[in-house]
Write a protein that binds this ligand. Structure first.
Ligand SMILES: Cc1cc2nc3c(=O)[nH]c(=O)nc-3n(C[C@H](O)[C@H](O)[C@H](O)COP(=O)(O)OP(=O)(O)OC[C@H]3O[C@@H](n4cnc5c(N)ncnc54)[C@H](O)[C@@H]3O)c2cc1C
Length: 471
């Protein structure tokens, strides 16, 4: 008996299969039927410098039966497979539409922060009260400690030392001071407030910086080398990773999930969804309109000369972000280039419009006048998975179905995705009794005006622009 026909994903993919594996710069998860099949990576600095990808298990070529299938081979999917194998003895099969970590995990800024979601620690206290906020802090810190252990296992050019949160206006120093006090008084998490002159002299001469808050946790990593490391470790532990194998249809028959890929059907007892912001609207009903995909632009300069480095006073290689809502994030890379990113277009169709690139170049020039006119060697963009309440979820949305997901990190997924993968693995293995935090016990919230979200987003972007960009 067919219990339920859940969904059909990616109708129309067959055309894409025949014609194009080239990178599609206009891909838009709210519009496109699916992320494609076997597509090239975005033209990122990480892709250009990661070296030869490690071996994988090739595309699915026939029907197979598995215990656990994971959809998506970004950090989350690979970390889930790794933990399932290492900690629970379960050898999962990972299905990736394109190439390993083709989505966010090959496009991010490589900033591993002691955070997840978009809420600050003081906002956790406001939302959940002190006791839950303290447990949340422990969860994030444990995740960061686990992240550090994995980074130590993988050759991924770590730049440790912490994270600077830069006040981009003088009035925001008071906000940083208040946050720092909450970190110390409530969480016992140390930080240091740094005045403008000291920051520009000792760390970096960012012309917009009115000062900064420094936290001791934070590591910059090479985004794709980290992903390739996860791939290697997961396969060594017994997982299988199949690129060019998009899930394009999903039926549940007598509790078994039949995941249709172009090469065959994968029949799985349990499914973990790890598709981040690249989740198509029709992948699974539990995720329809649950994630707001937001574009972020990133670029990397040519290697800077010693004069340019001196003018910008790049003395720190730690990761930096600023206090804008659509924040700038940047880092001085090991090969003397600057990586910097920030807001982008609202739709995929508009993403290649040069005005977004120019806005980022202009932002870099405001921070570092000495870099005006410097050649940009790499420019790309990607979709960030923002949830409607600004916090991630690792959960089983329907207790009657062996379907689980981990997503919604809101641009703070480089470090937490591996902990989310660990939690997802526990859930799949039936060992989630200790997962009592709200991010584990409730599904991602929907949005009452889902079809109109982008109209609201456009209005918000105008407001943020007036507030954060105008002098
Ligand atoms: C430009 C940019 C900058 C960022 N900078 C930072 C940063 O500095 N620090 C930070 O913490 N976070 C950052 N992030 C966010 C971070 O990259 C993500 O949180 C993280 O990579 C999420 O990993 P993931 O595995 O959950 O998702 P992804 O890496 O997006 O992986 C999801 C995968 O699922 C696959 N998929 C989707 N649908 C299907 C299907 N139907 N079948 C099979 N496979 C499918 C996709 O092809 C994709 O490869 C940034 C994101 C972007 C876009």
């Amino acid at each position: 008996m067919v219990q339920s026909v859940i969904t059909r994903v990616g109708e129309g993919l067959s055309g894409a299969r025949d014609s194009a594996t080239q990178y599609d710069p206009t891909y838009d998860p709210l519009v496109s039927p699916g992320p494609g099949q076997g597509k090239q990576y975005a033209p990122t600095y990480w892709v250009a410098t990661a070296g030869t990808p490690p071996p994988d298990d090739g595309p699915i070529t026939k029907d197979i039966d598995v215990d656990v299938a994971i959809i998506g081979a970004g950090y989350t999917g690979l970390a889930t497979a790794l933990c399932l194998a290492r900690e629970h003895g379960i050898k999962a099969v990972v299905l990736e539409a394109n190439r390993t970590s083709w989505g966010c995990s090959s496009r991010n800024g490589g900033q591993g922060q002691n955070a997840s979601g978009r809420l600050s620690r003081s906002q956790w206290v406001e939302r959940w009260g002190k006791d839950v906020a303290l447990k949340m802090h422990d969860e994030i810190q444990e995740g960061f400690d686990n992240f550090k252990k994995l980074v130590a296992e993988i050759d991924c050019d770590p730049q440790p030392g912490g994270h600077f949160l830069i006040a981009h206006r003088p009035r925001l120093m008071a906000k940083l001071a208040a946050e720092s006090k909450v970190w110390k008084d409530v969480f016992g998490y140390p930080s240091e407030l740094i005045d403008q002159a000291t920051f520009r002299r000792e760390y970096v001469n960012d012309s917009e910086a009115a000062g900064a808050l420094h936290e001791p946790e934070g590591i910059g990593i090479h985004a794709l080398k980290l992903a390739f490391g996860y791939l290697r470790l997961a396969r060594e532990a017994g997982a299988k990773v199949h690129p060019a194998s998009p899930v394009i249809g999903w039926e549940t028959i007598n509790g078994i999930h039949h995941l249709r890929t172009p090469g065959g059907i994968v029949r799985a007892r349990s499914v973990g969804i790890a598709t981040g912001a690249y989740t198509a609207q029709n992948l699974h009903p539990s995720l329809t309109s649950r994630v707001m995909p937001i574009l972020s632009n990133s670029m990397v300069t040519r290697p800077l000369t010693s004069q340019e480095i001196a003018a910008c006073n790049f003395r720190t290689t730690q990761v930096l972000t600023d206090t804008r809502t659509l924040r700038f994030y940047y880092r001085f890379l090991p090969d003397n280039r600057l990586q910097i990113g920030s807001r982008s277009a609202i739709t995929g169709a508009d993403a290649p419009n040069s005005k977004h690139f120019e806005l980022l170049v202009e932002g870099m020039g405001r921070k570092f006048p000495a870099l005006r006119g410097v050649a940009i060697d790499y420019s790309w963009w990607g979709w960030v998975d923002v949830s409607h309440d600004m916090m991630p979820r690792v959960c089983q949305p329907d207790p009657k179905q062996q379907v689980f997901y981990a997503l919604g990190y809101g641009g703070n997924g480089v470090s937490y995705s591996q902990q989310a993968g660990r939690r997802l693995a526990e859930r799949i293995a039936g060992k989630a009794e200790k997962q009592t935090l709200p991010i584990f016990t409730s599904p991602l919230p929907g949005h009452p005006f889902a079809p109109f979200r982008r109209i609201g987003q456009r209005m918000l972007y105008q407001m943020y622009f007036r507030r954060d960009e105008k002098p």
